[in-house]
Structures are given as C-alpha cells and as structure tokens.
Design a protein around this ligand. Structure first.
Ligand SMILES: [Fe+2]
Ligand SMILES: [Fe+2]
Length: 189
C-alpha cells in the first residue's frame, strides 16, 4: 500500500533516512495495534513524518510562508524543528493527505505539544524506537513504549532533553511545555 508515496520518498531521502522512515511506519503500526489506534493512520503518518527533513531550510520556510501559518522565530530558523511543520504542509500539498490527525502527528512529531493525541504520541515515540535506531537506552525505551504510551513519551522527552544538556545546546521552549503536560497527565491519572 502507498507504493507511489514510498517510491517518491525513496528519491527524496537519503538511504539512511529512507530506512528510518520505513522503520517509523512499521513501529507506528505496532504501537497503534498495541494501543487500539488506527494502524493505517499510523502507517501513513510514519511514512511521511520526515518527508521535508532533507529540503533546505529556505524551502521549508517558503512552504510555511505560503501556508499562512504563524510560527515562532525559534522554530522558524531551525530546520531540525521546522521540518515537522513543513512536512505536514508537504504531506497535504504533495501527497494529498487531508486527514487532520495524520497532518497534526507529522507537524508535532519532533516537539510534541500540550495535549498530544494518541496518534501524536505514537509517531513521536515510533521516531525514537524504530528498528534502525541505536543509542544507549533504546532497548529500555522500546519496552516502556509498549508498556505505557505516556510514560514512553516522557522517557523520549527526557532522552532528548538530556542529550541537549549534555551537548550544551538550547532547548526549544515548547519541548518543555510538552514534557510538563505529559508529567501532569501521568500524575493525574
Ligand atoms: Fe523528524
Ligand atoms: Fe524521524
């Protein structure tokens, strides 16, 4: 299914990113099945989550400008953050996706957001745990992901934030807001 999209992605992504993309789509299906979400939505969102990752920042910005979306400046100048938003725009314009759940999961896959939906969480987590990922702690993260979706998202956030701290890098403010929201959700259940 979605052969045309897969073929197109193959020409637009490096072989490493293409393998990652297929891994995310597969991991997203597995998580969707585990948590009673729609595996087809998960598959398509996984396939397209990084569709804009390898275009130049100026092109990402053009897509955003044309869409009329308002983006904060921290995100606008950072391709590592902006590729989610521009990916959602491209998913609609180039691949004809109109399902808002899928578009939002693509948009927020890097940063998360306050009030993440189950599909948002599935794509956010699949991005970390897919089969080609190899980093210290990935095995534990895979286990948590299939045990408890929100705890998995929190572990994913913590992993990213720890990495940014270790590297002396800045932390995007909405990443903090997203993590705080997950902490609150876990505490209040
Ligand atoms: Fe990404
Ligand atoms: Fe990714």
């Amino acid at each position: 299914m979605y052969e045309e999209i897969i073929e197109d992605l193959k020409t637009r992504l490096s072989s490493k990113r293409f393998a990652h993309t297929l891994g995310v789509a597969r991991a997203a299906v597995a998580l969707a099945e585990r948590y009673g979400e729609d595996p087809e939505e998960a598959y398509l969102a996984g396939l397209l989550h990084d569709c804009a990752k390898e275009i130049p920042l100026s092109q990402m910005q053009q897509l955003v400008d044309k869409s009329g979306l308002t983006i904060d400046v921290d995100m606008y100048v950072n391709g590592a953050l902006l590729h989610g938003v521009s990916g959602a725009i491209l998913a609609r314009s180039r691949y004809g996706v109109t399902n808002p759940h899928i578009l939002e999961a693509i948009r927020y896959h890097t940063t998360g957001r306050v009030g993440m939906t189950p599909l948002d969480m599935i794509i956010f987590l699949a991005d970390y745990i897919e089969e080609t990922r190899d980093f210290p702690g990935v095995a534990e993260l895979r286990q948590i992901a299939f045990k408890d979706l929100e705890a998995g998202v929190l572990a994913g956030y913590d992993n990213t934030i720890r990495h940014l701290l270790d590297q002396g890098l800045s932390i995007y403010f909405k990443t903090i807001l997203g993590r705080n929201d997950i902490v609150r959700r876990i505490k209040s259940r």
